[in-house]
Design a protein around this ligand. Structure first.
Ligand code: HEC
Ligand code: HEC
Ligand code: HEC
Length: 153
C-alpha cells in the first residue's frame, strides 16, 4: 500500500461483509478493515514533496457518511486509496482542464479536506453573527491553514 502508512494498526474495526460486527474476528476474505486512528498521507512516489506529510485522523471523521470521501465506494467492495490508478493519480497540474485537475492528487486532497473545513468555519461565523441566536452552538472545526496540516518541524 504505497506511501500510506497506517499508524494505529492495533485500533481496527472489522466489519464483516454481511454487515455484522464481530469483535475481534480473524481477518478473512471479504472483511473490511477500517483504520480508526491516524493515517499519514504523503505525496505519491516520484514526487519530491515540498511540504511535510499530513496526519489525517480518520476516526474523527466518522460522523460523516463514508461515501462523503470514499465517493466511488459501492459499500460492499474493497475501499481503495485516493491515488489508485485511474482516480486521483496525476502528479502534475493539468492547466485549463477542470475535470482533469481533480485527477491531480494535490488538488483532490485540498479540495476535499480544505473545502469542508472552510464550510464549517463559515457556518460558525454565520452563527456567531446571528444576533437572534441567544446561545450559539458552534460546530467542531478542522484545520484550514497550511502549517496546521503540513507541520513545520
Ligand atoms: C473525511 C473523509 C473520510 C471519511 C468520512 C471516511 N474516510 Fe476512510 N479514508 C479517508 C482517506 C483520505 C483515507 C486514506 C486513503 C488513501 O490512502 O489514499 C481513508 C482510508 C480508508 C481505508 C483504507 C483504504 C486503503 O487504502 O487500504 C478504509 C478501509 C476506509 N477509509 C474506510 C472508511 C469507512 C468504512 C468509512 C465510514 C465509516 C470512512 N472510511 C470514512 C477519508 C475518509
Ligand atoms: C466533510 C467534511 C470534512 C472533510 C472532507 C474532511 N474533514 Fe477534517 N474535519 C472535519 C470536522 C467536522 C472536524 C472536527 C472534528 C471534531 O473535532 O470532532 C475535522 C477535523 C480535522 C482535523 C483536526 C482533528 C483534531 O483532533 O483536532 C484534521 C487534522 C483534519 N480534519 C484533517 C483532514 C484531512 C487531511 C482531510 C482530507 C483527507 C479532511 N480532514 C477532510 C470535517 C471534514
Ligand atoms: C486540511 C489539510 C490541508 C491543508 C490546510 C493544506 N494541505 Fe496541502 N495537502 C494536504 C494533503 C492531504 C495533501 C496530499 C498528501 C501529501 O502530499 O502530503 C497535500 C499536498 C500538498 C502539496 C503537494 C505535496 C508536496 O508536499 O509538495 C503541497 C505543495 C501542499 N499540499 C501545499 C499546501 C499549502 C501551501 C497549503 C496552504 C495554502 C496547504 N497545503 C494546506 C492537506 C492539506
Amino acid at each position: 500500500m504505497h506511501k500510506v502508512r497506517i499508524l494505529v494498526l492495533c485500533l481496527m474495526m472489522v466489519v464483516l461483509s454481511g454487515g455484522l460486527y464481530n469483535g475481534f474476528a480473524q481477518e478473512t476474505e471479504g472483511d473490511l478493515i477500517v483504520p480508526l486512528g491516524t493515517i499519514t498521507l504523503s505525496a505519491p512516489d516520484g514526487v519530491e514533496a515540498k511540504k511535510a506529510d499530513v496526519d489525517f485522523p480518520h476516526g474523527v471523521h466518522f460522523d460523516y457518511n463514508c461515501k462523503t470521501c470514499h465517493h466511488s465506494w459501492s459499500g460492499t467492495t474493497e475501499v481503495v486509496g485516493c491515488m489508485t490508478s485511474g482516480c486521483h493519480d496525476r502528479t502534475e497540474v493539468v492547466k485549463n482542464d477542470e475535470m482533469a485537475s481533480t485527477k491531480y492528487y494535490k488538488e483532490a486532497f485540498h479540495t476535499q479536506c480544505i473545502d469542508c473545513h472552510k464550510e464549517i468555519k463559515m457556518k460558525n461565523k454565520a452563527t456567531e453573527a446571528d444576533k437572534t441566536i441567544l446561545a450559539p452552538e458552534l460546530l467542531p472545526e478542522g484545520p484550514t491553514g497550511c502549517n496546521e496540516c503540513h507541520p513545520k518541524d
